[in-house]
Design a binder for this molecule. Sequence first.
Ligand code: PBG
Length: 323
Amino acid sequence: MRDLVQEVRLHPSDLIQPYFVHDRDGDTPIDSLPNQSRLSIPSVCERSRTFYQNGGRAVLLFPVVDPALKDAFGGEAHNPHNLHARAVAAVKAAVPDLAVMADVALDPYTSHGHDGVLNAAGDVDNDATVQALVAQALVLARAGVDVIAPSDMMDGRIGALRAALDDAGFSGVLLLSYTAKFASHLYGPFRDAVGSGGVLRGDKKTYQMNPANAGEALREAAEDIAESADMLMVKPATFYLDVLYRLSQSTTVPVLAYHVSGEYAMLHALAQQTGTPFAALYHEALLSIKRAGARGIVTYGAEGVCLAGIMGNTTPHVLTKHT
Ligand code: PBG
């Protein structure tokens, strides 16, 4: 009866797996992000294929850019043969039916670690950054990406991206806007993974949201929807379930959530400290996100959940050996 009346369930197709791809032969573990590695392009293709066969439907790719290619303007983002574009093309060729999403922002490419280009005062220049993001997105669209996911939080970028993609013949490429991305302290392991943390000068408070604000998220969403975003994202997830709930109640545009690197690492730390199975903690976290209204969840353990099959929601222990 408990199963019969259960309100939300997790399904592998709810989950989006992020992958970090580097331009090397082997895979290297990311110390601060348990069970995650920077992967070679062939490895990302292999993992994507298995993920798809196990019910996963979308992956989100992030490039780990060679420090020698970084500069103040993130110029490598516009190189049509950059690592990100090659990875997108390779995964699309290997698993054509899997949706390939690509994060768009300049932080993997800039020598200062910010998501955009800086003005003379050292602040991110909104409008100049929007132009750079458009060029970055067009490179990925030409490589065959299905979904562009701008994570930069500049104003006006959704409209500019939509217009540029349409003009270039990519009207079928969707926009997943990071609508409510907070200036959170939970991104540390991600910044380690892509190498943007050590170099970051200052913080991202001039463009990412204040953790104290929820109403602001609704205003951000209204702008993104007016500019024709196809999906919205709240990030991080578990500290911001109220925002997720309010957004998902107030719009018919699908709202997704990003269970970020720090949230994932935190559960591993608790599991290690207390002996509570990671799978049980993870399952409960994902259910809370679904309950708050997320249509999909970007999360580092997606692969593990999919390998375990559809999560029988009363038996989270099936995950233990995979995650
Ligand atoms: C960068 C970006 C970040 C994340 C996704 N895209 C980090 C940041 O804003 O510094 C974080 C994801 C995570 O922590 O898992 N634009």
